[in-house]
Design a protein around this ligand. Sequence first.
Ligand SMILES: [Zn+2]
Length: 198
Amino acid sequence: MMYPFPFRIPTNRVVSVTQPFRSTELAAFYKSKGLNYPEHTAIDAIAGTPVETFGTPFVCPFPTAKLLNFTQADPVKGTSARIVVEYKDPSGNVFVLGCIHLSEAINKPTFHEGETMGYIGNFGYVLPEPTIGKPLDGGHAHITLIVNGTIVDPLMYLDPRKPFYGADTGAEKDVPAIIRAAERIREALRALGIKPVA
Ligand SMILES: [Zn+2]
């Protein structure tokens, strides 16, 4: 059973996987051949370019999902917002979906299919690294999926050719996400007693 990809994007964008899933076993195999492809038990995905990806809604791909936990971004520590949700299908299979590098996570006990659970950001270790001149570079979602307790390649269940399309996507959502990210930076600086420049 394939579920839609958890992005809501304008119809002129496509989902690309920029870093595939590599199990511990695969990473060890590469290492035995003298190759450096470290473990990546998730996929990295973008919608269009990394700049366009910033602010993309990360949405619920399941009929319904329960919030397990979330944290908001801490730009001073360099950590992103993250969210983890759970869905139990009618056969009793348990799906745990997680995403990091969000600019914001939505705190709600339950999400329905297509509902926004967060906005993709570029905090944390991202490439290309954002700079003062290009603050929206590096936008991507690092998506983890655990099915019945086993970490799996999310592409086994989430179809990148079938994201959610909708009018409430793109620029009009990017702006609030960027403003909220900037507000968090200012808040964090204030907490440290540093006077923001603007
Ligand atoms: Zn990743």
